[in-house]
Design a binder for this molecule. Sequence first.
Ligand SMILES: Cc1cc2nc3c(=O)[nH]c(=O)nc-3n(C[C@H](O)[C@H](O)[C@H](O)COP(=O)(O)O)c2cc1C
Length: 411
Amino acid sequence: MDNLLKDKNILLGITGGVALYKICDLIRKLKAEEANVKVILSSGAEEFARPVLFSSLSGNETFTNADFFKPTGRILHIELAKFPDLILIAPATASFLSKLATGQASELLLATLIASKAPTYIFPSMNTNMWEHPATQENIKKLKNYGYFIYEPSEGKLACQSVGKGRLPEIEEILETIKAHFIKKTLKGKKVLITGGPTREYIDEVRFITNDSSGKMAFYLAKNAYYRGAEVHLVWGLKDFPYVLPNLEYISSIPFPKIYFVRTTKEMFEISQRVFPECNIAIFASAPCDFRPKNIFKGKLKKTKSLTLELELTEDIAKTLGTNKRADQITIGFALEEPDKLETYAQIKKKEKNFDIIIANPLTTMGKETSDFIIFTSKDKLVFKDISKMQLAQFLFDFLGSYVQRGSSSK
Ligand SMILES: Cc1cc2nc3c(=O)[nH]c(=O)nc-3n(C[C@H](O)[C@H](O)[C@H](O)COP(=O)(O)O)c2cc1C
């Protein structure tokens, strides 16, 4: 948990599409993030499910059209319009989009939306033909112009058994989209290069030398920079990228991170070297192999006798880029060292690779979610005990804001 949704008031509008069944899980996850969730059902949604399901999951009253004209002395749609930090509509039907695009306030959910100035994220879900219908597309255009954030549906198998665009995105993706909303866009217009994961150095065509780097630190850095509005270039040494990132291009001009899959240190070096000149910040969070076999055997080596490998040094990515950087570029590196040598080696490495900032962490960090970290600049020493890699990423970019403001004189 990253606390981005903690104590946030989320008004969740649910409309009458089959994907509504997934929303129970969304409410559970929002609650797990300690958000305060209130639900309004559209008249269509009331045909699919009863309010008690959502109130028992949200721990709050769920509102329906029957509440709209109840003579309670409350003007409910105005009251509800003032409640949210963020409004989330999922799933949003074609019919709902049409009514909202024409400013209808004939139902509690619609009236609340028309009365609210809260940022509103809409996740349409429907059959592909309904999605592609010119009327739906026209409504989407209008709603975008009105300032609603419309997140396009995914492609895949739909409830109607056809395959195409129209699926509600995975719940994790919805959750991440609204989390990104609550991060200040402090890196808008900036380009950030991040290297992550291990590299592989081949002995023959199937065997290789590598290390245990999980890429987690680089992932959290890339995600945080992306949510802050940066154009992220992630040079990635793992085979898979097993993480969910929302596509913020649907709702803003922030480009989806460019992920370059590489295998060897040479490949990681070549891509990083190509991308680096355009970047404002480079963070070297990968664990590239420092050595590679001098000769790579063709095919698969046979197990006949013992083998001696001669290893040569690989390219030093951080040093080459760090010592050739422009004055306006910031480079940040990590030093993974034994605890008693942490500070000494980190300082040596910082100087040798010309880093502006180095983050020292003990050998036990590899593959773990949490660790101790020390951030060194030439003036600062910031010590963190047992924090998550996600928290470190958040802190580093917060710190970078004030660091840049202090100017290069303080580097
Ligand atoms: C079984 C069934 C499934 C439906 N699924 C969807 C859907 O996924 N997306 C959609 O836009 N409409 C869907 N509809 C149509 C909407 O339920 C219908 O347009 C309804 O009036 C929407 O009301 P609302 O916008 O007030 O929720 C479905 C209807 C039925 C009967």
